[in-house]
Ligand binder design. Structure first.
Ligand code: NAP
Length: 267
């Protein structure tokens, strides 16, 4: 069985393609989102109980390979997989979408983490579209002199920015929609994690079009492990990783239907 550590659009796409190819695949979700988009095939939900418990789970469930397709900012589960897979003797691949890259006209400021991003806010804007997700909003709680439009999938827990409005929404987002949002709320600064992917990048296009600064939070360091950027490459790895019963021809056909370019996702 192949275990896909999921929670992203790529993970869902990968699980569907593996399923198409006749592989036994189980997708694992953290269970953080109240109403998650479910991948095709078998799904388990909830933490494993740490790295050692994950290693035991891999052995007990006779896992042949693990593909860690979690979000670029989901640090702990990736560290857990990087410990557990070698400990259990199971091959591990990381599937991670490429970061965004600035284009002509972009006014990006890089920040090492959420605290550094919060420190940059007062110098750059006063009406902020904050899209860094539900976790870590506490970093912005003490920012004075700015109002925040906080956009996330599920309601966040306090502490939150003192002056804010909450917008519960889930991508994909369009350029038209993002421009309308920026104009309606007189946004003068956008804050985002460097999540990458097409489905949430419209905010960057909209900011460029309106000439707005964007604070882009860098990705955290990742464990050292074999990494690919596309679902197609992960499928190739699964096909060639050894004893995994994946019909290469089926995978190629599924791959063909989906196109082989990088994909991205809002979650
Ligand atoms: P995290 O800090 O790396 O994970 C915290 C704990 O949640 C892990 O130690 C693990 O618990 C459990 N967990 C996380 N992902 C899991 C998975 N796919 N299957 C089983 N357990 C999982 O991650 P996070 O930031 O809370 O993110 C949780 C999920 O949301 C991930 O699947 C991620 O891809 C997705 N996501 C994260 C972000 C983000 O910005 N962080 C954004 C969008 C989506 P145990 O130690 O008990 O195993």
């Amino acid at each position: 069985m192949i275990l896909v550590l999921g929670g992203t659009a790529e993970a869902r796409e990968l699980a569907a393609a593996l399923d198409d190819g006749g592989a036994a695949v189980v997708s694992s979700l953290a269970g953080r989102v109240a109403n998650p988009r479910l991948p095709r095939g078998a799904v388990r939900i909830g933490g494993f109980g740490g790295p050692q418990a994950l290693a035991r789970w891999l052995v007990e469930h006779d896992v042949a390979a693990v593909i860690d397709a979690t979000h670029p900012f989901a640090q702990r589960i990736s560290a857990s997989a990087a410990y557990a897979c070698p400990a259990a003797g199971v091959p591990l691949l990381r599937l991670e979408r490429p970061p965004w890259t600035a284009r002509p006209g972009d006014r990006w400021q890089r920040a090492a983490d959420l605290a550094a991003a919060a420190a940059l806010v007062p110098g750059l804007g006063s009406r902020v579209l904050l899209t860094t997700g539900r976790q870590g909003l506490a970093a912005f709680a003490a920012v004075d002199g700015a109002w925040f439009l906080v956009r996330c999938v599920d309601p966040p827990a306090p502490p939150l920015p003192r002056r804010h409005e909450l917008l519960l929404d889930r991508g994909p987002y369009t350029l038209t929609g993002e421009l309308a949002l920026i104009d309606r709320h007189a946004i003068d600064l956008v804050v985002t994690k460097d999540s990458g992917g097409r489905l949430t990048e419209a905010k960057l296009d909209a900011a460029r079009e309106r000439g707005l600064p964007v604070i882009v939070v860098d990705r955290p360091p990742r464990p050292d492990c074999e990494t690919v950027a596309t679902v197609a490459e992960a499928l190739d790895w699964a096909t060639h990783a050894g004893s995994i019963p994946v019909e290469a021809a089926h995978l190629a056909a599924a791959d063909e239907r989906r196109g082989r370019g990088p994909v991205g996702g809002p979650s």
